[in-house]
Design a protein around this ligand. Structure first.
Ligand code: ZN
Length: 296
């Protein structure tokens, strides 16, 4: 659905406020441990920890809030007390205002609050966003990390600098052996990196490395987009990003134009697995080229 929304917005040059038809979206829950579930619908993948409290990671789009609440109610009778935003993007924070008004405490990296407080812009997608109302904004912000002691688990939330954006958080459920990586990980589709919000490909690779250090063979990894993953999927993603960005970096240093780099097809050996997402190979190369040119 997110591919559809972005493609639609791109194709029509619509402002991001234009909402697609979400009426048929169903929220699905997948059990990952005694207390942690992955939730999918439209937009970024969510995670939820249930027990004596309900702790939700990301909240997709506002029209889905009631369905998200209903899906959570099947897992726990308790209200959603905490909402953790992995970053500021609209397909991860769209339910904030509804849930904030309903009494949830919203937590995020300080740059998420800063970006949501003012008019937003995603340059590569040419999408603009209004400043969010007070009730949609994170109430508790952190800079480096924060830990929640809930539901028999230790939930370690830590910032990874300049990755998908400048406000990314990764959530590690230590006892459950589950990690939610937000949009620092797209599983089996070329990732979008929001350079205009401080994202860099090197930061995404570093974020993947941090999770690879803590993940074991049995660790379940929730990506921001794409299916549930394991350590091997994340290692393949890291390898793809390092290979493709390394090739493009060489070409940028050699002074090649974007058209020349695209012509050389630096993604060719990865396209079969990764090239069917909302960024096709040509757009992915363009995004990395512009990112690496800025970093030169
Ligand atoms: Zn995002």
């Amino acid at each position: 659905m997110i591919r559809f929304i972005l493609l639609l917005a791109l194709a029509l040059g619509l402002p991001a406020a234009a909402q697609p038809d979400l009426t048929k979206v169903e929220i699905q829950a997948q059990k990952l441990s005694d207390s942690v579930y992955m939730l999918t619908g439209a937009g970024g993948n969510m995670g939820v920890s249930v027990g004596e409290e309900v702790f939700l990671i990301d909240d997709q789009f506002a029209p889905l809030t009631e369905r998200i609440e209903a899906a959570v109610r099947k897992l726990s009778p308790r209200p959603i007390r905490f909402v953790l935003n992995t970053h500021w993007h609209f397909d991860h924070t769209g339910g904030n205002e509804n849930l904030g008004k309903a009494g949830a405490l919203i937590i995020a990296h300080e740059n998420v609050r800063r970006r949501m407080s003012v008019e937003g812009f995603i340059e590569f997608l040419n999408m603009r966003f209004k400043a969010e109302p007070r009730q949609a904004l994170p109430v508790v912000t952190f800079t480096r990390d924060v830990t929640f002691h809930l539901n028999g688990d230790e939930i370690h939330v830590y910032h990874v600098p300049n990755a998908h954006t400048d406000g990314d958080a990764i959530v590690h459920f230590k006892k459950s052996d589950v990690v939610h990586m937000g949009d620092t990980f797209f599983n089996r589709l070329y990732p979008f990196i929001d350079t205009s919000s401080g994202g860099t490909v090197d930061g995404v690779i570093a974020a993947a490395d941090r999770v690879l250090q803590l993940a074991g063979e049995g660790t379940r990894i929730i990506p921001g987009h794409g299916p549930l993953a394991g350590r091997g999927d994340l290692a393949a993603y890291r390898n793809m990003l390092a290979s493709v960005s390394g090739r493009i970096r060489e070409q940028v240093r050699a002074g090649r134009s974007l058209a020349e780099v695209q012509e050389a097809r630096p993604t060719a050996d990865f396209d079969a697995v990764w090239g069917k997402g909302f960024l096709n190979p040509q757009r992915f190369v363009e995004m990395l080229y512009r990112n690496l040119q800025q970093a030169k």
